[in-house]
Ligand binder design. Structure first.
Ligand SMILES: [Ca+2]
Length: 235
């Protein structure tokens, strides 16, 4: 009986010590949660929480070149953008990481409602008119990420400026998306039937003001091309 008990104890202790080694060899789990990044004020402070089983420490990469420590950490962002935030949990030299996209943004989506062409290049080449004797016939194309194109059929004839309504409004949910706007002079029946006058590229995160003022329009300048966009934030 004594020998049996001894054998059970030895067996149990081996089992426990094996189990302990297994536990030590398992990297800690990691899961990030955070407070909302939607704001009209900058800087925007976001509180990050890491939940982890077994982690001894958690380190953070806030995605804007700064880092932090702790199961709970907070960081203030000075600019709008989508930040890739990475948390790393460490235990006994083993680590696990999780990365989350964290948007710091006014709202979830911005849509362009009108495009005002304020100024176009005066000539297509040195001293050569777009339309000899008359003013250009304006039209435009907006390219959103993924080559999603909004191409208007509206033409503003014989003008150098004017306003296009975009119906329904077109937009993006990612403020760091590249948006490209082409402005053309149309010459129906000619070859080519339209000529690119100028192009402007921008990201909403770069053109929105870094202030507490809620805006609904921005001006985009690219060389001689000057555009004004009226937009709307949507939830
Ligand atoms: Ca024309």
């Amino acid at each position: 009986m004594k020998n049996q008990l001894l054998a059970i104890c030895i067996g149990l202790s081996i089992f426990i010590s094996c189990k302990k080694e297994d536990e030590e060899a398992t990297p800690p789990s990691i899961n990030i949660t955070h407070t909302s990044g939607y704001t009209i004020n900058l800087p925007k402070t976001i509180v990050f929480t890491a939940s982890s089983s077994g982690a001894e420490s958690v380190s953070w990469d806030f995605g804007d070149g700064t880092t932090g420590q702790g199961f709970t950490a907070q960081h203030s962002y000075a600019a709008y953008g989508n930040y890739q935030v990475k948390a790393t949990a460490t235990k006994s030299g083993l680590s696990s990481s999780q990365t989350r996209d964290v948007p710091v943004t006014f709202h979830r989506r911005v849509v362009i409602k009108t495009l005002e062409v304020m100024q176009v290049p005066a000539f297509k080449a040195a001293g050569v008119d777009w339309d000899p004797g008359t003013l250009p016939d304006l039209t435009f194309k907006i390219t959103f990420p993924g080559d999603t194109v909004y191409e208007t059929t509206t033409v503003l004839n014989n003008v150098e400026s004017g306003v296009f309504n975009i119906i329904p409004p077109k937009g993006t949910s990612n403020f760091s998306d590249n948006i490209s706007i082409d402005v053309y002079d149309v010459d129906a029946g000619n070859v080519p039937d339209r000529e690119l006058m100028a192009n402007a590229k921008f990201k909403f995160c770069n053109v929105l003001p870094v202030s507490s003022t809620y805006v609904d329009s921005v001006q985009i300048n690219s060389g001689a091309l000057r555009l004004k966009l009226k937009f709307e934030f949507q939830l």
